[in-house]
Design a protein around this ligand. Sequence first.
Ligand SMILES: Cc1cc2nc3c(=O)[nH]c(=O)nc-3n(C[C@H](O)[C@H](O)[C@H](O)COP(=O)(O)OP(=O)(O)OC[C@H]3O[C@@H](n4cnc5c(N)ncnc54)[C@H](O)[C@@H]3O)c2cc1C
Length: 494
Amino acid sequence: MTPARPDSITATTADTPDRSAFLADLRRVFDGERLITGYAQRLTYEADGHLLQKAMPEAVVYPETTAEVVHAVRCCHGHGVPFLARGAGTGLSGGAVAAAGGLLIEMARMNRILDVDPRNRTARVQPGLVNLKLSQQVARHGLRYAPDPSSQAACTIGGNIAENSGGPHTLKHGVTTNHVLALEVVLPDGEVLEIGHASGPAPGFDLTGLFVGSEGTFGIVTEATVRLIPQAAGVRTFLAVYDSIDDASETVSATLRAGIVPAAMELMDQLSIEAVESHLKVGFPRDAAAVLLIEIEGTPAELDALARRVVGICRENRCRDVQQARDEATRKRLWKGRKQALGAIGRIARSFYTHDGVVPRSKLPEMLRRIAAIGEKHGVRIANVCHAGDGNLHPMILFDPDDAEQCARVEAAGHDVLQTCVDLGGVLSGEHGIGQEKRNCMHWMFDEADLDQMRRVRQVFDPANLCNPGKVFPTGARCGEMLEHQARRTGGWL
Ligand SMILES: Cc1cc2nc3c(=O)[nH]c(=O)nc-3n(C[C@H](O)[C@H](O)[C@H](O)COP(=O)(O)OP(=O)(O)OC[C@H]3O[C@@H](n4cnc5c(N)ncnc54)[C@H](O)[C@@H]3O)c2cc1C
């Protein structure tokens, strides 16, 4: 299934373009180790968190300033070389992979907090800043950055902006787009643009809103001004345990129907619980069919009343047990279990494929039943973690990557999961983006006129189609052909 790699890191092939002039131009700014072309070094970048579609960049640069990003982009523009930005590479849709070869611009060295304005509750940051570090740094001002992807200990603000990332606590506080006020971006021809305004919505078209979620295809974010929110006056966290996954997902619908918007409402099924307990032992009961992790925020007076209502709804929906985390250490342990659930799955399977569908919340029980049926139909095990309050599911299909026949069944099961989300009135992605992974499913949701309009918007920013090409838009292939078509570049262009 996988083509052989060349032994030599400098192997060349007849059909690869001559990049020597391009490299010479890059070297005028990127000297020494800040420009890499060796095969072994580039191998690090052949995939992101979505391991099924791989492609090698021809070269990688490590800019430290906006001016250096401009230089890299101008070189690409001048020589017609495709390029893309990369944050931490935790993306799960193949977005940070050089699908068309070219230059990968690694943003990790632009990772500073430039300014914090506690009075206006904003921060100006560079895009390579790791998400969690922002909240840690502003905590001394009683503030936090609300979007908290489960990958927040590694993923970057730039990647979050490109993917419009969510997280457990974005149920109440809103996803990334609700927290980005202004951006400095380098357009695909090297022009630097400042969009939005630190004081709030700017007049004219909302270009910041357009940029957030554009999956790195409109240009490179080099600076972001983000909104900070106060730390919660008080927090209560509950673990509700269920003998039926239906009852757990009914609890989610019932809570939101009652007008309660918890800060977070996360569901984990039996297989996920099993993985977490094998790995971390946080105290989820192994024999439960599902657990809900529910967090509410408010003043102490509000919390008492709210807690009674939440516990009541759990009980009305037949939870076996519901306990409040008794202290901060317990709360942290429970969240560790949830946030490291994906990693823990690696304990019970050689590999797994994480999906990211969304259904209307009321359809969550039906969707989870259908996922179980899809697993049975294709003979694959599927573990589920869900940002349940948002109707955002992450079914993880377990597999052995060396078993080609099983890989085909994984692909078919994934296809059915996504198709079912759309059939139930949901969407293809809640937060991981379309990337390479789901581009050939886009026509399930959009007709040609819709897609053409999106292409035209993209062309305004990137008429030469050099900025992260091969993402978002359909190629005409069947949805989900990623396993059999690993577009693996063998490298060695340079
Ligand atoms: C264990 C695990 C848990 C996860 N949990 C969540 C979750 O709860 N919520 C969620 O939303 N996601 C989650 N993700 C997915 C992923 O972490 C997010 O999509 C994250 O925002 C990616 O950030 P990154 O820095 O790793 O970006 P990368 O993967 O490096 O890049 C992602 C995209 O952003 C673009 N990009 C990166 N930097 C820039 C820039 N400066 N300018 C323009 N474009 C740029 C890239 O070109 C690419 O298209 C999870 C992933 C893992 C592995």
